[in-house]
Ligand binder design. Structure first.
Ligand code: MN
Length: 231
């Protein structure tokens, strides 16, 4: 076998609930619109249109307890709380009824968005990339393995800014559930161990400003949470 011409890059990791274990992160997939109430607040069609995806890289993950420096090119930095699913086995074109077999666990995540830049991109038919993918634009809590977690439709997620509740929803309100999202994404992309999927945000998204403190929580008996600051 040929040698590698440069050293292979180290991967980002996410810690596991109640264990001294790290999960190695690979691709970060995100679904665009997956709760009716959020589709309506964004002026979009809340019907069950096929889901659409975009992608962040795992290199931009902001760690729990970290600080996101307010980016200079936006005046509308938004939070989006989301249930995140972690993939532990390779799978291509997997059925929704089989999807549970490739899930390692769940965390809560925040998909941070430059809403003004995303809107310009949307309105001019350009990709969402510049509004969605920037350093620190995805935050993850520690992962609750499925053996210690409720089913995703029994999980609730919430987000508070400076202690004030801004978002809260049951994950049963998703338009496309976790198993369906995995199946649909895997129709065209081979999912691999280490991939994660942000499953969309409920209503209540809003602006962050410098010095804000954000707390996002996955509510269930084995709860998980993350916090970060805007610096
Ligand atoms: Mn999102």
């Amino acid at each position: 076998m040929s040698k590698w011409i440069i050293e292979k890059s180290a991967v980002m990791e996410c810690s596991v609930y109640d264990e001294d274990l790290n999960f190695p992160l690979r691709n970060v997939y995100c679904v665009g619109r997956n709760y009716r109430d959020h589709a309506i607040e964004m002026g979009s069609n809340p019907d069950r249109d096929p889901p659409f995806f975009f992608q962040k890289t795992s290199d931009i993950i902001l760690k729990d307890g970290g600080t996101l420096k307010y980016p200079i090119d936006t005046s509308s930095l938004h939070y989006e709380v989301e249930l995140v699913v972690f993939i532990s086995k390779n799978a291509f074109q997997i059925k929704a009824s089989e999807a549970k077999k490739i899930i390692f666990g769940y965390s809560v995540g925040v998909d941070i968005t430059k809403r003004d830049i995303q809107k310009v991109a949307k309105d001019s038919g350009k990709p969402w990339f510049s509004g969605k993918v920037f350093n620190g634009s995805a935050v993850l809590s520690n992962i609750i393995p499925i053996s210690k977690s409720l089913e995703p439709d029994k999980i609730r997620i919430s987000l508070r800014v400076n202690g004030e509740k801004k978002q809260e929803s049951g994950c049963n309100k998703m338009i496309w559930n976790i198993y369906e999202l995995i199946s649909i994404l895997s129709e065209s992309i081979p999912l691999k161990a280490g991939d994660v999927i942000f499953s969309g945000t409920p209503a209540g998204v809003g602006k962050l400003k410098k010095d804000d403190s954000v707390l996002a929580t996955l509510h269930q008996p084995n709860a998980s949470s993350l916090n970060f600051k805007i610096g």
